[in-house]
Design a protein around this ligand. Structure first.
Ligand code: NAG
Ligand code: NAG
Length: 208
């Protein structure tokens, strides 16, 4: 089981790098609908969930994302993100740092945040619009991108030779895999937690 998961994960990482390297050429590979449904493992879908896959189920089943999911639940953002995907025509992108990324942040840094700050930090990991992977190249040219946290957190997306980085003041995170790319809810895997200047000052520099 563990082994199968690792193989699946490797395949995901490999396929995203293939997609990224092919990024200059349209059309990009899109997951067929059936694959997206299979990933959620919830059939039949409940009426509210018809437009988008089940975020909780995806983060539970598809990777080392327990820490991020835990914080989303703690800050009541699962439904907010899910609704952004299902009830708006904008969709959503969620950048999910892997568990190891959270482990690399000093424990006092995250535990020192108020619940509102923690919520803003989680929202900093999301864009209130679905972009295709190919759009990241364009995003990298427009400068700071406003996240779901609005003015409290902007990130710079950079696209360089097939590698996409998402940068905040104290973190340079790289997209290391794609969990789901299809609209309305795309989920990408980051190797670092985004740490915006509005939440963290130089004095309490959060990385180890
Ligand atoms: C989403 O999945 C979770 C965990 O599998 C489940 O508890 C929840 O009821 C599902 N939500 C919807 C709207 O299907
Ligand atoms: C984002 O890019 C702008 C220039 O477009 C730069 O001024 C700013 O420092 C960058 N921010 C980060 C966190 O890299």
């Amino acid at each position: 089981m563990r082994c199968a998961t690792a193989v699946a994960l490797l395949a995901t990482v490999m396929s995203v790098s293939v997609v990224l390297h092919a990024g200059a050429h349209r059309p990009l590979v899109k997951l067929p609908r059936a694959a997206a449904l299979h990933k959620t493992d919830t059939w039949p879908p409940t009426p509210q969930a018809t437009g988008a896959a089940n975020l909780t189920a995806i983060l539970t089943l598809d990777g080392p994302f327990r820490t991020f999911l835990g914080y989303l639940q703690q800050t009541n953002l699962v439904e907010v993100f899910q609704n952004q995907a299902s009830l708006t025509d904008q969709g959503i992108i969620i950048f999910v740092p892997v568990d190891k990324a959270f482990a690399a942040v000093k424990p006092s840094v995250l535990s020192g945040l108020s619940s509102l700050q923690l919520k803003n930090l989680m929202m900093c990991h999301s864009l209130a619009k679905h972009y295709e992977l190919a759009d990241f190249e364009g995003l990298s040219r427009i400068g700071p991108v406003t996240t779901f946290a609005g003015g409290l957190c902007t990130v710079n997306v950079t696209y360089d030779a097939g590698t996409v980085h998402v940068r905040s003041r104290w973190a340079d995170a790289k997209i290391v895999g794609s969990v789901s790319v299809e609209a309305p809810m795309a989920i990408y895997e980051l190797d670092r937690v985004l740490l915006p200047a509005t939440l963290f000052r130089a004095a309490s520099r959060p990385s180890r």
